[in-house]
Design a protein around this ligand. Structure first.
Ligand code: ADP
Ligand code: ZN
Length: 728
């Protein structure tokens, strides 16, 4: 027997399978989709068995034996192998990259599995001993009797929970035996909560999806904030579990996972595995094992959880489907929504895309009938959508209100007095956005990316928000040595200082990337705020989505223009979603919610639609713009970056790429550029960009593949091809 093996060598030029012989001692155990060790170029390397074959095909290299199976439990099933091929097709990545993208990093190259299995000693009663006799003879040792009685009820206990001299005596006397057991690092119990009775609206949505349990159908669930979408998911998942099928729930970032995960744990307890980036490698490994071992019915996770090896999916839910976090920014640039559609078809199960602000693509597909549209128009119970005030920053500046408008100040004061809570959004972290010398005009810039550095006061560092480059700030200008450095622009760090100055008695907590890098810090902020240890939560877009705090009655947006001014065709959509979502944090219970949005563009249609909570109008107007400018959803996009350490090489190659595309693509396809990428220099490389806009082009994928192949062997320049990019 032979095996076609794809080896763990990320070079695209090695993107093909090799034939290995299966030695007889492995024949019984080896299965397609298993990870193996094989000899390659005189060393040992990992690989995956894609296919087992009887006859050895014609070959021009020496056939060697597979050395060993790496992990008997780890098998990429048929579905995941098919998904890997799909991922490869969709993103033009290599097969091994596709496979590795699907696995948690703890299972990748060179890492030994044994490092991750976590064992603990457990204790239990020795069944081969006459317990009653022992108790009779040792009555006076009450501590020992206590342990015995506890073990009689609980059967098994972690040794470290007891660890006493009495226990050691019991072990010595062979009454209690100890054993090593693999323990999962995360172990949550469900708590009994009363089932909520679905509202009529919720029930309609729930029933419709349930009718389609055995169909590969995509729904767009358009439900306003706090319309009870999560409650509908939970009800559906209960039904899926009762059919002994599995449920996959994707959520955007950790900000969401914490609160949503808790609701799933509360309902499903140990039946849930959770996968997101802030778990430790060991935790991720454990959660993955639970899934492979078929021990859970529900997986909740961020983007890459779409590859969770659940067998027999009964439903897939993508919450906040418009979030850009479902698209991976780096190679391979896949979109989890496409992967989910593939899995929905493979498993014949429904896919639910849900949001209060659906992406234009999804809404357009629903309008065309490709997806089925389901709506939840009202908030649950008495809660109403908040009242929104738009404030002109220009007028406030004239009154010398540099950060807080009079209205926002007054509202904060009012809510503090009423003992209600406040969320403030400022979509920029750090202290000031740039530092400038008033004597010589010097500004601190990143030497790798040539963008201005952001000042962070807590560390006294200037940081590049693109590549992470860092230097400490000098007290005088590094260029002219004068004491004339000035701070411009406002970040969350400074906002925190300013709000404390204005309301010295208010309890303020900040949430942004700088304060949440430590594990668990994120949950702590959310829990403390929920438990009313703070009056004001301020932060970047982390505070905008998915959070459910009943006491929040005011949301303030310090500067709504940060996303509006992005050089990106999606900037209106992003702005509307951000403002609408953050507004949705106010007034989720019986408190009336109010929102104050400060902007230099009060009459922009985006602001007007936000003010009226009018997604439908926003959608109509933005669709007209997209049509006029030939952007998605009217056209598909492909972004190609041509990247080199040398400016001239990047430019020349970009011109060649353009020529190549013009010659090979259909005449109706638009090839724009080359232009400088929006960040021309990034990590010391220069980037030019070509954009392809098309509706239908049957040669396209093939042409892109060939183009990609040409550059695989170029040492001075490489391509970054992004199919359906979210921004360009
Ligand atoms: P969404 O996911 O649409 O933002 P949630 O599911 O978080 O909405 O619901 C908002 C709030 O309403 C939550 O606190 C939730 O517990 C509550 N809720 C949802 N459905 C019901 C129901 N049928 N009866 C009572 N309360 C509900
Ligand atoms: Zn940089």
């Amino acid at each position: 027997m032979f095996a076609q093996v794809i080896i763990e060598y990320p070079l695209k030029s090695l993107d093909k399978t090799f034939i290995y012989h299966i030695p007889s001692f492995l024949e019984e155990r080896l299965k397609e989709g298993m990870k193996v060790d094989v000899p390659f170029n005189n060393s040992k390397i990992g690989g995956f068995v894609l296919k087992i074959i009887k006859e050895c095909p014609i070959h021009d290299y020496e056939i060697k034996d597979i050395i060993a199976i790496c992990d008997q439990e780890l098998i990429l099933g048929k579905e995941l192998l098919a998904l890997a091929s799909f991922l490869q097709e969709e993103t033009l990545c290599s097969k091994i990259t596709a496979i590795q993208t699907m696995l948690p990093s703890s299972l990748k190259v060179g890492l030994k599995k044994s490092n991750y299995n976590y064992y603990e000693k457990i204790i239990k009663l020795n069944n081969n001993i006459d317990l009653n006799k022992y108790i009779e003879n040792n009555k006076r040792y009450s501590k020992q009797i206590e342990i015995i009685n506890r073990l009689r009820i609980e059967k098994e206990i972690l040794k470290k929970e007891i660890n006493s001299s009495s226990l050691n005596t019991l072990i010595k006397n062979k009454i209690v035996i100890e054993e090593e057991r693999q323990i999962y690092r995360i172990n949550k119990d469900n708590i009994k909560i009363d089932d909520k009775v679905l509202t009529i609206d919720q029930d309609r949505v729930y029933k419709r999806i349930k009718e389609c349990f055995n169909m590969a159908k995509t729904f767009l669930l358009y439900g306003v904030t706090a319309s009870g979408k999560t409650e509908v998911y939970i009800k559906l998942i209960k039904d899926v579990i009762s059919l002994n099928k599995k449920a996959l729930v994707l959520v955007p970032e950790i900000s969401l996972t914490t609160q949503i995960a808790l609701r799933f744990y509360n309902t499903f307890g140990k039946d849930v595995a959770i996968l997101h980036s802030s778990l430790s490698s060991g935790e991720k490994y454990d959660e993955y094992l639970k899934i492979i071992r078929d021990e859970v019915h529900v997986v909740v996770g961020t983007r890459s959880a779409v590859f969770a090896p659940l067998k027999d999916l009964g439903i897939i839910i993508i919450d906040e489907e418009d979030s850009s976090s479902y698209k991976q920014d780096n190679y391979p640039k896949y979109n989890a929504k496409d992967m989910a559609i593939f899995r929905s078809k493979y498993n014949l199960c429904p896919l639910v895309l849900a949001s209060a602000t659906p992406s234009l693509e999804s809404k357009a597909r629903a309008d065309k009938g490709v997806y089925e549209l389901l709506t939840l128009k009202n908030r649950v119970g008495k809660a109403k959508l908040p009242l929104i005030h738009i404030v002109s920053l220009k007028e406030e500046m004239e009154k010398k209100n540099m950060i807080f408008s009079d209205l926002l100040k007054n509202k904060i004061k009012e809510k503090l007095e009423k003992k209600e809570q406040i969320i403030l959004l400022l979509n920029r972290r750090g202290f000031s956005t740039y530092i400038n010398c008033s004597n010589c005009g010097y500004t601190y810039k990143c030497p790798n990316c040539e963008i201005t550095l952001t000042y962070h006061i807590s560390s006294n560092n200037l940081i590049c928000h693109y590549c992470g480059y860092k230097i400490s700030k000098a007290s005088i200008c590094p260029n002219c040595q004068e004491n004339s450095l000035n701070y411009y622009g406002l970040g969350t760090e400074k906002l925190e200082i300013e709000i404390k100055k204005l309301f010295p008695l208010a309890r303020v907590i900040r949430m942004d990337q700088d304060v949440t890098s430590k594990k668990g810090s994120h949950e702590k902020i959310i829990n403390d705020f929920k438990n009313y240890k703070y009056d004001i939560l301020l932060g970047t877009q982390m505070v905008s989505k998915g959070l459910d705090f009943p006491l929040v009655s005011l949301v303030g947006v310090i500067n709504a223009d940060t996303t509006l001014n992005l050089p990106d065709f999606r900037s209106n959509e992003l702005t509307f979603a951000l403002l609408h979502q953050v507004s949705g944090r106010a007034g989720r219970s019986n408190l009336e919610g109010e929102v104050v949005i400060q902007t230099f563009n009060p009459h922009n249609f985006v602001m007007e639609c936000v003010k009226d909570n009018n997604y439908d109008l926003f959608y109509l107007k933005e669709m007209q713009i997209r049509r006029k400018l030939a952007y998605p959803p009217y056209y598909y996009l492909i972004g190609i970056k041509i990247i080199s350490k040398e400016y001239n090489i990047a430019l020349e190659e970009a011109q060649k790429v353009k020529l190549y595309l013009d010659q090979h693509l259909e005449k109706t396809t638009l090839v724009l550029g080359p232009t400088m990428a929006s960040i021309l220099k990034f990590k010391n490389e220069y980037r030019f960009q070509i954009i392809i806009k098309y509706k239908y082009d049957k040669y396209l994928k093939q042409v892109l593949k060939e183009l990609d192949n040409i550059y695989i062997y170029n040492k001075n320049c490489y391509l970054d091809i992004d199919i359906n990019p979210l921004h360009i």
